[in-house]
Each structure stands twice: as structure tokens, then as C-alpha cells.
Design a protein around this ligand. Sequence first.
Ligand SMILES: [Zn+2]
Length: 205
Amino acid sequence: MLSKKIILPVFMVSLFFTGLILLNAQQAVAADPNLSIGSRGNAVVEVQQALNAKGYWCGNADGIFGSKTHSAVITFQRDAGLGVDGIVGPQTQKALGLHSSSPASVPSRGTRTISLVATGYCPCAKCNYPYGGQPSYLGYPLKKGIVAVDPQVIPMGSRLYIEGYGSAIAADQGNAIKGNRIDLCFSTHQEALNWGIRTVRVTVY
Ligand SMILES: [Zn+2]
């Protein structure tokens, strides 16, 4: 008798939180700052993918703006006849074919904690069908510490801390990993099975 009365409010509350997560994700996408050495996140992944696609190899698109990315930006800026400063601002983004940022936008650097439904997987063929044996989306080998996320919720390349699992990097994606879902890589299939399905708090840096 009691349960029917509870289900609707719980549903409404979860809709509210889903909305909050989506709102945060939109802000993260909208924030489009000048990127330079030390910058991290989805915007850096986009820049790295664009550089690699244009033949300015900067390593795996890991979302971390390091010295390789910096050198690739400088070479690209020189070739494109732009001001050579190693900083990816609106003009360089435009030349790379990325949308240009509005000067008013401010990078979102805040740490946030969200509640996600976490499942486990491992590098085996069963867990990765039909991609068995392939590395993660960002090119890292699959192992403990690599997790699959919905990039609309958590930018690829984000550093994470996951309750009950530990430190991780958002380096993979999965067909079933949408919205408030996260998939945690374990060393063995048995460990992945032991994890089962849990709701955990995830801190996104
Ligand atoms: Zn497995």
C-alpha cells in the first residue's frame, strides 16, 4: 500500500536530478575557453582530434593539453598564418574547423559530484562484443581505472574518483552507457561480475 505512494515522488525526484545532470553537461559543452598547456577536458579532445585529422599529430586524443599538443598547435598556427602563441583561442579553433567561442564564456573548472549507476566490465571479448581486443575510445589499453561514460554527462578525458572503485579516467564509451550510467573496467571477468550493478557517487575533476 505504501509503495505506490512512494514511487511517484521518487520518480519525480530522479527526473529532477537527471535534469540537473543534463544542465551541467550542457554548460560543460557551452564553456569554450582559450585552451593552453594544462587545459583538460572535452574541448581539448576536440582540438586534438582536429589536429590529428589535419596531420598535426599530437598523440592520442586524451583530453590533456601537454607539450605534444602545444607543439602541434604551434606548427598548425605557423602553417595557417595565424599568430603563433600555442594557445587555442577563437581564431585557431575556427581554423581547425571547430566552433568559435564567445569571449564571454568562462571555463568550467569546478569539481562536481554526481550519482551514477555503475556496472562492471573487463577486457574480455564477451564484455566488449563486437570490439574485443580493441583499446578504449581514447586509445588506452583496457584495464582497471579505465571507465566508459556518456560524453554528454562526463567529458571524455575527465579524471574521476568513484566511490568503492577508486581513481579513474573517462576514456571509453559504450552503446548502453547513456545518461546516468557508467561502466567500470576490472582486470578480470570475475571481478566485473562481483561488482554487479551499484549506484555510486562519482567526483568529476
Ligand atoms: Zn569480461
